[in-house]
Design a protein around this ligand. Structure first.
Ligand code: MG
Length: 383
């Protein structure tokens, strides 16, 4: 029985993780979970796993929960997340938090010797080198949940030789066929309507701006120790080929499947074994019209920025992430336009000082710099 801690249990990845766990009650149990402010979700999960420690957003929420369920073990806030990430009885941490908030629990878990199944890509964007140094220092294990990186991870299993190239696929998001001119008037509702994947709001907006792919380029660098010239991105509208790996002998491996995050989640829990999973089956018939198109870097300038950042080891990627979090929240609130998001992030990254990230505090400083510069940039916006 593997004992799982799940951070971000009420989000899209969190819900899919819970579905995977409930398909294998003999193999997995939940010993702790966090839901931020979604108390309704916490109640449901608590009823199913009454012994699992619950982490809520703040003291008030945790006291209310405790009143309703006196036998529950409740923690809260960042300290609660860190308690869960380092829990004695945890065999694997699934980090499905959104944003920079995921970094500290990741570092704490690695230090405590817990393997981390990572869905929180912002962790690697903001502090990839720091995470890598923790993994080396504490001989940690990190397994990607992001579908593209899970695909690469799966392709690399069994190979004793280095890869030549990683080819990430990109659906292109909700607005892949719109010009930048046409993006000026798009609405939040349109942006949240992803053609293939059903996901949370933040990542769906990040997919529409292609910020998500920019993050995945940086994520690939740290997960697979890939150089700039070893990473490529192609538009693949169907989201069936989740990514490809080219080897020295010119063999190319790919992992295919329907767009269902339960597959990479379960593989992160069972790797290198494969277990049955109830989900839609990919048929050959569904692969008859797979297409791949080169990326237009003028249309998606944020991808050019991501490639530029690959050759730098500094705070700029953390600035990019912090600035983006603020811009996406502003767009969802209706206080900036969709086209402002990536343009402002590019401007902020250009403007920001850069420095090396050796500690969590360095990463936090860069994150806050990105947030502040974006708040300043947004002041001038009239929607
Ligand atoms: Mg992805």
């Amino acid at each position: 029985m593997r004992r799982i801690v799940l951070l971000g249990a009420s989000g899209s990845i969190g819900s899919s993780t819970l579905e995977v766990l409930s398909q294998h009650p003999q193999q997995f149990t939940l010993v702790g979970f966090s839901v931020y402010h979604n108390v309704e979700a916490a109640v449901k999960i608590h009823q199913k796993y009454p012994d699992a420690i619950v982490c809520l957003k703040d003291l008030v929420a945790s006291q209310r929960f405790k009143e309703a369920f006196p036998s529950a073990h409740v923690v809260y806030d960042e300290l609660g997340l860190l308690t869960l990430a380092t829990l004695e009885q945890c065999d694997l941490l699934v980090n499905a938090l959104v944003g920079f908030a995921g970094l500290k629990p990741t570092l704490a878990a690695i230090k405590a010797g817990k393997p981390v199944a990572l869905a929180n890509k912002e962790t690697l964007v903001a502090a990839g080198q720091l995470v890598q140094s923790y993994l080396n220092k504490y001989q940690g294990t990190m397994i990607p949940i992001d579908s593209e990186h899970s695909a690469i991870y799966q392709c690399l299993i069994g190979s004793q030789s280095p890869f030549k190239k990683i080819i990430l696929t990109a659906s292109g998001g909700s607005f892949r066929d719109k010009t930048r001119e046409q993006l000026k008037d798009v609405t939040v509702e349109e942006a949240l309507n992803h053609p293939n994947w059903s996901m949370g709001a933040k990542i769906t907006i990040d997919s529409a701006t292609m910020m998500n792919k920019a993050f995945e380029i940086l994520e690939a660098r740290w997960l697979f120790n890939a150089r700039k010239d070893q990473i490529d991105v192609w538009m693949h509208r169907q989201s069936i080929v989740h990514s490809l790996v080219e080897f020295e002998d010119r063999a190319v491996m790919a992992q295919l499947g329907t767009p269902d995050m339960k597959v990479p989640i379960q593989f992160a829990l069972t790797t290198p074994l494969r277990m049955p999973l109830q989900t839609d089956c990919l048929t050959v018939d569904m692969c008859r019209n797979l297409t791949f198109e080169p990326i237009d870097f003028n249309r998606f300038p944020i991808l050019k920025l991501a490639f530029d950042l690959l050759s730098e080891v500094d705070s700029k990627a953390a600035v990019m992430n912090g600035a983006n979090e603020v811009a996406v929240a502003a767009f969802l609130r209706g206080t900036c336009r969709f086209v402002d998001i990536d343009q402002f992030v590019i401007d902020v990254v250009a403007k920001a000082d850069h420095f090396a990230i050796h500690t969590y505090e360095d990463a936090l400083r860069a994150d806050q710099l990105g947030r502040q510069l974006m708040l300043d940039a947004l002041k001038g916006v009239n929607v």
